[in-house]
Every structure is written in C-alpha cells, then in structure tokens.
Design a protein around this ligand. Structure first.
Ligand SMILES: Cc1cc2nc3c(=O)[nH]c(=O)nc-3n(C[C@H](O)[C@H](O)[C@H](O)COP(=O)(O)OP(=O)(O)OC[C@H]3O[C@@H](n4cnc5c(N)ncnc54)[C@H](O)[C@@H]3O)c2cc1C
Length: 405
C-alpha cells in the first residue's frame, strides 16, 4: 500500500478475516462465528452471483458428516439424492460399478454446489455472521509480521484496510491470498494433464441412473446428474476452441456418438444453460501457511474435476482450520495451526493422486510412442479398464478412493 492510499484508507478489523464466500469460506466463517470468534467474510461478488454459480454436485460421505456435525446438512438431506453407481462405456461394451456398496466407500450425496452455498450463507446470516459482498481483497500485507492486514476495495471504490490476527485465504485459484504469497515462502507445484473439457449444464433430466463415463476414440464424454431437471455433461474438447464454437445440435450429436447412444439408448436432450471450457490442470501450494495467512479450498490446491474432489476438500480443510484458529484465539493453543499445512497436504496429495489416475483412465493417449504412434498409452488405458471391470480388489480400491477425501 502506498503512503497516500494508507492515509485515505478506512480502517476496520476482525480477529479472522476470511477471503471468499465459497464452500470453504462459508463453512469456516460459520464454525468460527459459532465458536464466538470475531470474524468477517469479504466476498468480491454479489450475493446473487455467489448463490447461482453452478459447479460441484457430488458430496462425499465425510463431507456430509462434517456438515451434519455442525447442523449444516438439512437442505441436502431434504432436497439432495443419494448416488452410488457409475457406468463405464467403452468399445468393449459397458460395465457398472456399484461403488456405494464396495470397499470402505459409501454413497455420494448429489446436491448442486449453488444450493449448498445458499444454505450455508443463509445459515451464517441467520446466526448474525458478518459478510461484505462486492468487496474485493487486493492484497494481504505483513502476513509474516506483527500487523497482518488485508487491503480491499469497497463497492464505491474506496480502499479499506482490515487489520487481522489471522487471514484465511478461501478465495479460490485466482484470489488475493495466492497472489500475496512471496515466491520465496512457498512452492507452487503445477501439473497440466494435457486435456481440455467443455463443461455443459443442460436443462434435461438425467439419461442414466449412474455417473456415465464414456471412453471413445473421439474423446471422453461424461454424464452427471444434478437435479431431476438438470444434468451436467462433459465433452473432451480441442484445446483453444471457443465454448460457443458448436451449435447445441452438434453438441448433442457428438455426445450421442461418444456415449454410444445407438447401442445403449439415446440421451434426453434439452436446452444448454451454461457452457465453459477448462483445461484439466492441477496445482498444490506448499506449505498452506505463510505466517498468519492460511490457505483453504481451491486457494490451497486446484484439482481437475475428473474425480469430483475440490468442494469436498474445501469443506474438510475449513473444519480443520476452524478448530485450529479457535484453539489459537480462544485458548492460546497454536499446535493446531502449526499442524494445519502438513495435515491437509496429506489429504490433498491423496486426492491429487486419484484425480491423476482417473484422468488417465478416462482419456486417450497423452504421450507418443517411439514410432510416433499412441498404441502404448491406449493399451495401458484398456488394461486399466479391464482390471477395473474384472478385479474385485481393484473395484474396492476404486470405491474407497472415489468417495474418500
Ligand atoms: C465444472 C465443475 C464441476 C465440479 N464438480 C465438482 C464435484 O462434483 N465435486 C467436488 O467436490 N468439486 C467439484 N468441483 C470443484 C469445486 O467446485 C471447487 O473445488 C469449490 O468451489 C472450491 O470451493 P472454494 O470455497 O475453495 O472456492 P470457490 O467456490 O471458488 O469460492 C471462492 C470465492 O472467493 C471469491 N473471491 C475470489 N477472489 C476474491 C477476492 N480477491 N476477494 C474477495 N473474494 C474473492 C469468489 O467470488 C468466490 O465466491 C467442480 C468444479 C467445476 C469448475
């Protein structure tokens, strides 16, 4: 912050300043507020934007247990549904895995992320929690010094400086928390899986009673239920091609080809409500702490959505961080904060490992053989699928990892 900004800035304070009102920030804010900790959530977007951003949908049993433990699961129990089957379609036919009954796994709850975020936000506000919408954090200052603070820009453009004892960076992959980390203090490990997806939200009932994974020479296609009226589809996509390059009809025709609708039945079509292109890239920040600044959720680690882990990790990390911050502020016990990074990184790397495995399972060749062909990777992919189809041990392993965080 410059001298002149500093003199013009409004001053506010909270023991914990939470950046971002996604699943991580809202769970963290709620748990801190309930424990009597002085905290505020600063959110760049409007309340409507936050409550309507459609992203995740599959919540793991551990996530549901955390939400239940803190009285945050009423909505998902009332309106969500249980899910425990996936169907793989390949050139060798199709096979189903009832992962909900295998291994130490369990079933997913299907509940759209925007509904969960709406529930969390309503609950937080009902408790009297403090939140500022339209307030963009610009930078975290002095995170490793005596006077940590967050510089924000208010809706009217005025700068405000928030003094804090601790700052929780829950503001996603492009947020201010990540930007404020000095390169010498952390490492960012990044992996590009070399695959791009077109993510679609269709106003159409699910076509399968399972998560559908179609593996095809023309690329991967995915089907995931969201609600009885809305279904998420994914198409592996040529990198660099715009999301609106294809007509709706061409998209549905291509989905039909890749899911082999001629063999297994047509998809139920409907209007496409949303489309977005994203590269399947992952990263991990290590450590998840710099002085008084802690990272959680996508700010800590970004996972490709192939294995549906991101929102689940965000909720888990928020609970761990809430407990550690409460111990530090209410009882002067900082052991939890000292453990936070190592404890959460163990879960993150496990989730990254499985996400990488899923990505290789679902997509065609990533590398080239010595002769310039791609037989090697294709054969490995087929072998992996054959093992999953036939080996009970492999299926148990899959089930545990698929729903675990
Ligand atoms: C298409 C898709 C499907 C997915 N499916 C699944 C799934 O089925 N299961 C699963 O577990 N995960 C899934 N994920 C991942 C999941 O959505 C994310 O991991 C999850 O949203 C992370 O939560 P978060 O709270 O960390 O971050 P976010 O939800 O990104 O929230 C961050 C918040 O911070 C705010 N913000 C950003 N910058 C600033 C700033 N400078 N100042 C103030 N506020 C700021 C943003 O506006 C936002 O509200 C999916 C993701 C995508 C894209």
């Amino acid at each position: 912050m410059t001298e002149s900004q500093n003199s013009r800035a409004l001053w506010e304070s909270a023991d914990v300043v939470v950046l971002g009102a996604g699943p991580a920030g809202l769970v963290l804010g709620t748990l801190l507020h309930t424990a009597g900790i002085d905290c505020v959530i600063l959110e760049r977007a409007s309340r409507t934007q936050v409550q309507t951003r459609a992203r995740a949908g599959f919540l793991a049993p551990n996530t549901v247990r955390i939400l239940e433990r803190h009285g945050l699961a009423d909505g998902l129990h009332r309106h969500g549904s249980r899910h425990g089957t996936c169907e793989f379609r390949t050139e060798d036919g199709r096979f189903r895995l009832d992962y909900g009954g295998l291994g130490q796994g369990g079933q997913h709850h299907v509940y759209p992320q925007q509904n969960l975020v709406t529930d969390l936000l309503t609950h937080y506000l009902d408790l009297g929690g403090r939140i500022r919408f339209h307030t963009e954090a610009q930078a975290v200052h002095d995170a490793d010094g005596a006077e940590p603070s967050v510089m924000t820009r208010e809706p009217d453009g005025r700068p405000t400086r928030w003094a804090a004892r601790y700052v929780a960076g829950c503001d996603g992959r492009h947020g201010a928390a990540r930007r404020s980390l000095p390169p010498s203090a952390v490492r960012r490990h990044r992996r590009d899986h070399g695959v791009t997806w077109l993510g679609l939200l269709a106003e159409a009932p699910p076509s399968l009673d399972a998560v559908g994974y179609a593996i095809h020479d023309r690329g991967f296609a995915g089907h995931m239920a969201r609600t009885p009226e809305v279904t998420r589809y994914y198409l592996q996509w040529q990198r660099g091609t715009a999301a609106d390059a294809w007509s709706e009809e061409r998209i549905w025709d291509e989905l039909d080809v890749r899911v082999r609708a001629c063999d297994h039945g047509p998809l139920r079509r409907g209007g496409i409500l949303e489309r977005a292109v994203f590269d399947l890239t992952c990263d991990v920040i290590e450590p998840l702490r710099h002085g008084s600044l802690f990272l959680a959720g996508d700010a800590a680690s970004l996972l490709a959505p192939a294995a549906a882990k991101g929102a689940n990790l965000a909720v888990l990390e928020a609970e761990v961080l809430a407990e550690a911050l409460t111990d530090a502020i209410a009882r002067g016990d900082t052991a939890g904060l000292d453990r936070y990074s190592e404890q959460c990184l163990a879960h993150i790397w496990r989730a990254q490992e499985f996400t990488g495995w899923m990505t290789r399972l679902l997509h065609g060749p990533a590398g080239r053989d010595e002769d310039g062909g791609s037989h090697f990777d294709t054969a490995l992919q087929r072998s992996r699928l054959a093992s999953l189809r036939t080996s009970r041990v492999h299926q148990d392993w899959f089930a545990e990892n698929y729903v675990g965080v």
